[in-house]
Write a protein that binds this ligand. Sequence first.
Ligand code: KIV
Ligand code: ZN
Length: 513
Amino acid sequence: MDRIIIFDTTLRDGEQSPGASMNAAEKLRLSRQLEKLGVDAIEAGFPAASAGDFEAVKLISEKIKHTQVTALARASRADIDLAWDAIREAVHPRIHTFIATSDIHMEHKLKMTRDQVVEAAVEAVRHAKKFTDNVEFSAEDGSRSNRDFLCRIFEAVIGAGATTVNLPDTVGYAMPDEFEELISYILENTSNIHSTVLSVHCHDDLGLATANTLAGLKAGARQAEVTINGIGERAGNTSLEELVMGLYTRKEHVALTTGINTREIYPTSRLVSMTTGIVVQPNKAVVGANAFAHEAGIHQDGVLKNRMTYEIMQPETVGLVSNRLVLGKHSGRHAFKQKLGELGYDLTEEELNRLFEKFKDLADKRKEILDEDIEVLLAEEILRVPDVYRLEYLNVVSGTVAVPTATVKLWIRGQEAQNAGFGVGPIDATFNTIAKMTGTRSELLRFSVNAISGGMDAQGEVIVRLKENGLVALGKGGDPDIITASAKAYINGLNRLEYMKRNPSLVPEERNL
Ligand code: KIV
Ligand code: ZN
């Protein structure tokens, strides 16, 4: 079987999803999980896009030892120099340079002729080769480019030393049969193509990203560019989990394999969702909450008789362990530590002790503590930035006749403060009061409440996105009481905004491209 190279671009193209920006520490944590998952290359970012991106790529390059670390650069010396500065410490660095090749992009965006584009691409690859042997070239908007021009530019950049050439379906326009044919054409008509790896990079604007990637691999491409949960620019990219499980489940049909440890798929999906705040839709293939849930009576009956009647893959294979270690109030520190390890977190003794205390408090209130509950605790206690504001007390009055009123006690920079306020509902009253007390003027861009697990004692998980003075921060909070969970999320968001104000270099600013 042929082995496919899995190039993960969650931290670069995935981060281009609206509102998905991550700070350097978050990106590093995800890189470690991607390495555990077994991807071959991690595209860590686009150093020329912002100072925050540069710092994140640099940090990942210093810490990741086994997986290739890639930095993206436009076909310009300045971008490539910055990309190299960011990845020079990586054990396995790769520079990924790109330029658009479709007539519409060349004429209207670049205002360059075909000859000029070929020259810029060759020059970029030659420049990148001075730093590393591992150079990838992408023909942006490749699927809408003239096919003979694609062969011409690929031949030229391979001649200049490109070790991977990538064909993106940048705007998600291709159809699978057409894309397969295009890849075959390139393989047949680019004289030196077999001395390099041909890659595909598909977007999901028509919901065909995975189908197109499979079609490209069927035609002979041997690298697939993907993201976890399919996040990415606009409708997103090919989702790693769909592609990998497609190849795994239908191996006799496709005869292609990957180096992915499929049991790490679900933990990685959770971590990406927790980090970006982008909730996975329940019916999402492979990792959605309903992906292995059987609702119809006939289906349940069938599965009980033989799982294969309605299950084409086992939940355990993607790391959704049905006999998951469910923790409760009798669970000890050892089981708790083991659970954290399963979820991909390696905490210091001090962090472990702090989290264990919080876990015990929650276990006193609830019968069972699920993985999702622990992730909320992690988000509140460990992943959070140092607190400027901390909730001490919240009392809310609301109902069909009462004017919603919140009384809040907060710690603000170490000082206790108390105040009360009104709103159109209990959450509005709570947020208004907190905003008044902290003197903050953030705008609430997103607010979502999810019940973690079923049952009347389910814990509520709240995610908010706040914007203040051009900075955008995510806040998360969990509690069996959703108004308290909302207050915690709001305060967590305000603390992140404060942190961003104090550490501007760690903030992925608005991209300047
Ligand atoms: O979609 C695209 O064309 C890209 C390139 C930069 C590879 O993301
Ligand atoms: Zn892309």
